[in-house]
Write a protein that binds this ligand. Structure first.
Ligand code: ADP
Ligand code: MG
Length: 703
């Protein structure tokens, strides 16, 4: 082992210039624990201080400038608050005033007349004359006489750190201390040479030095490129290895038979022909379940694309092979709806379906638990309640998770701890995930996509309306109701302030009521703070068309299915993210009628909101929207990514660097295909590097 691994894992306080107190602060404020963390604490920009300008050549159009000269005069001018220190700096071409309004007493003491300085700062104009306020002053020494050798790195810092003297500059100094202790040869390469060559990447050690102390912008760029690639490449290597390992190690149940239950349902009870996409996905699932390996499949399909039918048929495959299946939904309402829908479809079949949620208690609960444990219940549908320890299956073969993004990775993992051989897993999401993100976050899952809508759907018409147009919007809803349709009016929900939401909602409800008086119209109100029975009653009245309008918070976002509803009004659209808007819109357009989504905003809205509204008006395609969402918000905010821990990227940005991500992915796959255990000599650097890395336990939980 080289010396370097021990140096880099040293606690940060051991570094020259740090010590226990600053060490503590660095840990708390910016998460720097070790020398390595500091080495990987990259500057976010650079200031070019390699050039020295001549005073006479300054035009005032420059941003920052650096000059070198002697202070020829210093004096304090002005009265009281206007008091300031003015120092006149002279070089061989001219003179300029340097001014301090704050801290001038201290500057007056520390600056010396007739002494040379390297001066860096921003130019400003005062009465038409150029001056520099609060410049950085470096005493001229051998080193600074010619300007700096390197671009100056600028590091992120915090107020607390600054108060302790850990300014951006001071952090730069610490980094230089560290780099002085390190030898180039001690930082080991971890990317195989052929890959370095193929992508013209700079060696690793060089990249670490150059990213902190580049001589030119180009050098900085190349260093960043190398380290970005490394991040993406290592992440992909890990993900691909996981997948290989899972395929090798995992035992899964074999579903050999396509039997009576599946066939008789398919032939006699299917309410509509499947779309091509539904058929294709079922084939993919079938193939997975015959391999003897555990299936881990993500099913992406836009709202309304018909994922439920795929889920049901998949559960029937399990039953035909002597197994039970379960379907887990994120909300009570959705679980109930699945239960009702599936029970109805299976009513003439010898299949027993049960519902288990937190609200089912006492004797009823006991019966369900018993039926699940003895195998007499074939399909168990429910909420998180399914994850409870007391829920024991007789022989669980297929677990389906609907609307996956509501569940954490860890929760999913608990589902397959229910057997010694894990059940097959199908995770269904209506939040289309951009390809690049899927590659990173779900890289070790197999992905199926339903990219085709059931026939006969009319695309939803989406429009933007402001407060001024509210009366017309209400008239429009009246007209739709007159034609027999129904409407949703949705209010945003901010978690931090449940009370305010509630006020918003009830105020909205009163407003709507004023436009739609009883008994001509009836309104359901549904929100998260209602007792679930009451919520259920209100939902039910809307489903049966006893109420024509549903006023709700986003509790209805997921899964509610009322094909007769043709209008979705979204209030305060500004406050919703794109993917949420898309989800909400998906509540309409489920029947044969033309449907509408009306995005209400204030009369004036910000640029970002405008952009989101524009995207919504322009497209109904969930994948396009998800790409745009990621662009606008950054990948870290896309639901499901944060808890995954997979996006631990310091430099790379999977939106901006998607081409590089693809290249890293291809490269990782090629290497592992040829050499799965990384035994070839050329892969040794990679192999050794991975061996020294802590195992990231979160990763293995995904499968
Ligand atoms: P989601 O993918 O959002 O879960 P659902 O499974 O709820 O979508 O399906 C939406 C609606 O489309 C349901 O009313 C369902 O019965 C209907 N549907 C699903 N597949 C088809 C199909 N192949 N042909 C016609 N209608 C379908
Ligand atoms: Mg659904």
């Amino acid at each position: 082992m080289s010396l370097i691994s021990s140096i880099l894992s040293n606690p940060i306080e051991y570094l020259k210039g740090v010590g226990p107190q600053r060490g503590e602060l660095l840990r708390k404020e910016i998460n720097l624990h070790s020398f390595r963390d500091l080495l990987e604490y990259y500057p976010f920009r650079y200031v070019d201080r390699t050039k020295v300008d001549k005073i006479r050549h300054l035009s005032g159009m420059e941003d920052f400038v650096q000059i070198r000269g002697r202070i020829v005069h210093m004096e304090v001018v002005g009265e009281k608050r206007g008091k300031r220190l003015v120092a006149t700096l002279q070089d061989e071409t001219g003179k300029i005033d340097l001014v301090w309004f704050q801290g001038w007493q201290w500057m007056q003491k520390s600056l010396r007349e007739n002494t040379g300085y390297l001066v860096f700062g921003r130019l400003s104009q005062f009465n038409g004359i150029l001056q520099m306020a609060h410049p950085e002053m470096d005493l001229l020494t051998g080193e600074t006489a010619t300007g700096k050798q390197h671009l100056e790195p600028v590091y992120y810092t915090t107020e607390k750190l600054k108060a302790r003297g850990l300014t951006a500059k001071a952090i730069g100094k610490l980094t230089r201390n560290l780099l002085e202790q390190l030898q180039l040869a001690e930082i080991r390469e971890n990317i195989p040479a052929p890959v370095l060559q193929q992508f013209r990447l700079m060696p690793r050690a060089q990249a670490f030095f150059k990213i902190h102390l580049p001589a030119t912008e180009e050098e900085a760029k190349q260093a960043q490129r190398r380290l970005k690639f490394e991040e993406l490449f290592l992440a992909q290597i890990r993900i691909c290895r996981l997948k290989i390992r899972r395929h090798k190690a995992s035992h899964g149940f074999v579903f050999n038979a396509v039997g009576n239950v599946f066939n008789s349902f398919y032939n006699d009870h299917l309410p509509f022909p499947l779309t091509g996409a539904q058929k294709r996905v079922l084939k993919e699932i079938r193939k997975d379940t015959t391999t003897g390996r555990q299936m881990n499949r993500l099913l992406q399909g836009d709202v309304g694309s018909g994922k439920t039918m795929v889920a049901l048929l998949t559960l029937l495959m399990a039953i035909d092979n002597g197994f039970q299946g379960c379907l887990m939904a994120p909300t009570e309402i959705l679980a109930q709806q699945h239960f009702k829908g599936i029970s109805e479809l299976l009513k003439d079949m010898p299949v027993k379906v049960a519902l288990l949620t937190g609200n089912i208690k006492g004797k009823a609960r006991k019966e369900i638990l018993t039926g699940t444990a003895d195998g007499s219940i074939h399909i168990l549908i429910g909420t998180h309640a399914l994850l409870e320890k007391e829920v024991q299956f007789h022989h669980l073969g297929m677990a389906i998770v609907d609307e996956q993004h509501r569940f954490g990775v860890a929760q999913r993992a608990r589902l397959w701890e229910k057997n010694s051989t894990p059940p097959h897993i199908l995770v269904m999401t209506a939040t289309p995930i951009p390809r690049t993100l899927a590659m990173t976050v779900y890289g070790d899952l197999d992905v199926s996509v339903i990219d085709e809508m059931p026939p006969g759907r009319k695309p939803i018409t989406t429009v933007h309306r402001t407060e001024y147009q509210r009366p017309q919007v209400m008239d429009f809803i009246k007209e739709e109701i007159r034609k027999g349709r129904q409407a949703y009016i949705v209010y945003p929900l901010i978690e931090e302030s449940a009370n305010m939401d509630y006020e918003n909602l009830t105020k909205g409800y009163e407003e709507v009521k004023a436009f739609f008086p009883e008994p001509k119209y009836w309104i359901s109100m549904v929100h998260g703070r209602q007792p679930s029975e009451q919520r259920e009653v209100n939902m039910q009245r809307f489903i049966t068309n006893d109420t024509q309008i549903m006023v709700a918070t986003t509790v209805i976002e997921v899964g509610v299915n009322v094909p007769n509803a043709s209008v979705m009004v979204i209030e305060s659209t500004e406050r919703f993210g794109l993917s949420q808007l898309h989800q909400l819109r998906g509540r309409v357009g489920r029947g044969a009628e033309q449907s509408y989504c009306i995005l209400m905003t204030g009369n004036k809205i910000g640029k970002d909101s405008q952009e989101r509204v524009k995207v919504m008006v322009q497209t109904n395609n969930g994948f396009v929207i998800s790409e745009k969402d990621m662009e606008l918000r950054g990948p870290g905010d896309i639901e499901g990514t944060r808890q995954s821990g997979l996006l631990d990227l310091k430099l790379a940005d999977i939106v901006q660097d998607r081409a590089m991500l693809q290249a890293a992915r291809d490269s990782a796959e090629t290497i592992l295909e040829a050499d799965p255990d990384l035994e070839l000599p050329e892969n040794k650097p990679l192999h050794d590097f991975l061996a020294t890395q802590r195992s990231k336990s979160a990763w293995s939980k995904i499968s």
